[in-house]
Design a binder for this molecule. Structure first.
Ligand SMILES: NC(=O)C1=CN([C@@H]2O[C@H](COP(=O)(O)OP(=O)(O)OC[C@H]3O[C@@H](n4cnc5c(N)ncnc54)[C@H](O)[C@@H]3O)[C@@H](O)[C@H]2O)[C@@H](O)CC1
Ligand SMILES: [K+]
Length: 479
């Protein structure tokens, strides 16, 4: 599991560890890891042109010391000091001693244009607000140049704790993070500015208090997914009820069922007006056209995709929410549901909105949800006292208990932004709920498998391709 810690927790851990170590040890551990990544990124260190952008804090110190190491190995290193009178003294001395040269901010863009590598040490976890005006032309020059941009700890300008980006920020190809990940490495928009993240262990682990964020990896998902035992039957494995689709949107029913069949459930009941379309594609489905309570026993419901606005749809959503089994609500279901009923449920509820649907439920603008994903998902979960899976470029899952870490899904790819892909996710995730996974685990495993399936299917894909690739994704997490 990858963990994301808050700046406050990182600082406390660093303080505790530093108190037991000779001065400068932690920074030199960070610098050794940083210089090693720079060496990998450069096509040969000797003679390479390297530019170090150094701010006034320890982040600048890391960058200057790494620049010194590269200079000692024959790189031509130029430091651009943002605040020359407040640059990190030790780092600057090391750089000068190694033969590095120093220029002012005005000369920055010209040296960046000729560089093979730009090291961004303007700000790290101490950065507040976006980049200051003086730094903006440097960030732009780095983005324009052919240089590889390596961010020290964080791309300068992003908010470490929230992944928000206020104003300009450095766009990195690689970010080298020290001690642990911070939310900015795992949540968009900041994660997009970070590029590929490299983790450097500086020994902080044992000192770190609880994370604010978790990102599951293969082994975590493999441990959570149920494996049918020898004596399993369909009810022991769980039956999922899918309430989706309408005469106008029959495809949503087919897609949600195709996801549900690839989750953990031993059987899928479809309830709605387009059972024929579902059966034509998936003959193993148990279909009925009455109301949900007449459909027979289920261990969880997934309700909402393609329901439209009709009175029947609204009644079906209310009926499902009145049940005492876990319910996943998606798409039209999110508009048709009564928030008070949702808040009052005793069985688990999982909402799976995209940014627009979350915005409607929160009364925010859609852009605000996209810019402040962590706050949005937490606020909605706390307000409605449910688990919320906020879909998007980085899918986040928040528990109603604010002390439980938010999960960030690492497998998403942009090919998933295709019509009907959310319906498949509802099916998979609802099926995991029916298979008795706890709500947060069902949501995170569902998002994980869904993203992985899109990667397995590769390239431009339809929602059905995603559903069809889920079994292979499922198998791949076990190895
Ligand atoms: N905390 C840790 O465990 C470790 C920290 N290290 C490094 O130290 C960094 C933190 O150092 P600091 O606490 O000195 O903080 P930073 O170096 O991140 O930034 C603080 C400085 O930047 C200025 N500043 C703040 N916002 C700015 C903005 N928007 N534009 C321009 N300047 C701005 C402040 O006036 C302050 O002088 C980490 O990110 C990491 O790179 C590593 O050396 C090793 C271990
Ligand atoms: K930085």
């Amino acid at each position: 599991m990858r963990l994301g810690h808050s700046v406050e927790v990182v600082r406390a851990a660093e303080g505790a560890l530093m108190a037991r170590l000779p001065e400068g040890t932690l920074m030199q551990r960070a610098v050794a890891g940083l210089a090693a990544v720079c060496t990998q990124v450069l096509d040969g260190v000797y003679g390479a042109r390297v530019v170090v952008l150094a701010g006034s804090g320890d982040n600048g110190g890391d960058a200057l010391f790494a620049g010194a190491r590269l200079a000692r190995r024959g790189a031509g290193v130029t430091a651009v000091l943002l605040t020359p009178d407040r640059a990190h003294a030790g780092g600057l001395a090391a750089l000068r001693a190694a033969g590095g040269r120093v220029v002012g901010v005005e000369d920055g863009p010209a040296v960046i244009a000729r560089a093979a590598l730009v090291l961004d040490g303007i700000t790290g976890i101490g950065g507040k607000g976006g980049l200051r005006a003086r730094a903006v032309p440097l960030a732009e020059a780095a983005h324009r140049s052919r240089a590889a941009v390596v961010a020290v700890d964080l791309p300068s300008g992003v908010d470490a704790d929230t992944g928000e980006v206020h104003g300009a920020a450095v766009r990195a190809d690689v970010t080298v993070t020290f001690g642990t990940h911070k939310p900015a490495h795992l949540i968009d928009p900041a994660a997009e500015f970070a590029g590929v993240t490299h983790f450097v262990d500086i020994g902080l682990g044992p000192e770190l208090a609880g994370p604010v964020l978790e990102a599951l990896q293969h082994a975590d998902v493999a441990a959570l997914l149920p494996r049918p035992a020898g004596e399993s039957d369909k009810y022991r494995r769980g039956v999922i009820g899918v309430v989706a689709g309408s005469r106008r949107y029959p495809g949503a029913a087919v897609l949600a069922v195709s996801g549900a069949l690839r989750g953990a459930a031993g059987g899928v009941r479809y309830v709605g007006p387009v059972g024929d379309a579902v059966l034509a594609r998936h003959p193993e489905t148990m279909v009925s056209s009455g109301s949900p309570h007449q459909a027979g026993r289920v261990q969880a419901w997934a309700v909402g995709p393609g329901l439209g606005d009709g009175a029947d749809a609204r009644a079906a959503v209310a009926e499902v929410l009145a049940s005492d089994v876990p319910v996943l609500v998606d798409a039209d279901g999110l508009r048709l549901m009564d928030p008070e009923t949702v808040r009052g449920r005793t069985a688990p509820t999982l909402l799976t909105p995209h940014a627009g649907e979350a915005a409607a439920l929160l009364g925010w603008a859609r852009e605000d949800v996209e810019a402040r994903r962590l706050t949005a998902v937490r606020t909605l979960a706390e307000r409605l006292r449910v688990t919320v899976l906020l879909k998007g470029s980085t899918t986040l899952i928040a528990d109603p208990d604010p002390d439980v870490p938010v999960r960030a899904n690492p497998t998403g790819v942009s090919w998933l932004a295709t019509a009907g892909s959310g319906d498949v996710l509802s099916g998979i995730t609802g099926s995991l709920l029916a298979g008795s996974l706890p709500t947060r685990d069902a949501a995170s495993c569902g998002a994980y498998l869904h993203g992985l399936a899109a990667r397995v299917a590769r390239g431009p894909l339809s929602a059905l391709d995603v559903a069809d690739a889920v079994p292979e994704a499922w198998r791949s997490v076990y190895v």
